[in-house]
Ligand binder design. Sequence first.
Ligand SMILES: *Cc1c(COP(=O)(O)O)cnc(C)c1O
Length: 244
Amino acid sequence: MNAELYPQFQLSTLHSELKDMAIVENIQFIEKEIEGKGVILVAVSKTKPVEMLMEAYNAGFKRFGENYVQELVDKYEQMPKDIEWHFIGHLQSNKVKYLAPFVSLIHSVDSLKLLQEINKQAAKQHRVIDCLLQIYIAEEDTKSGMTEEECLEILKSETLEKLPNIRIVGLMGMTTLTEDEDQIRKEFKKLKDFFQSLTINQPPHSSLTTLSMGMSGDYAIAIEEGSTMIRVGSKIFGGRIYQK
Ligand SMILES: *Cc1c(COP(=O)(O)O)cnc(C)c1O
């Protein structure tokens, strides 16, 4: 559908989508499910228009996750300033400067080089930016992240002491795209075990409290396996036309 040729159509689908989507009900439903479990919900709003995010915001929900830097910056500029913005997509070093003034948590740090850049840009903003290290847990090789060994290397690295403007607060992982529940559970369990081994033997200069795992299709399993933060998109905002 070409939006320029069919502006009316676009507008009316948006409105009916909004009405049918029941964004607020979806959030309330999930909040109810996770109540008392020590789990934080991040509403993943990538590809969705500001109007949809504002539905949630106006009902008091203020924590959103985005995958693309430009899209996140655009939404940040258009929306109220008391929103907690999470960056969950692949982050290139040269884009960090755009997020540094306002981002709350970066879920997807996959190298020491990226941490150094986040530290540099955070320092310019006189901020300390919370980061999660993304661990590679899926069997397919399309998912980004680092191995457990690489993660340990970073956590033990002396370089970390020289990065006062970042704080590593936990880990993030994404499972293989599969219907196989056992496979998904196995991957979550593996990440949880690794997370636990780190928190028992807490490395210096870190305070690992957050385990970000679970999306629309698998957050129930993720919570059973110890997730403390779920990233839910389509179950709140509906399916995406463009699978960013
Ligand atoms: C898109 C995305 C999500 C949300 O996916 P849904 O299946 O729509 O809930 C969560 N995490 C990351 C990293 C994503 O890219």
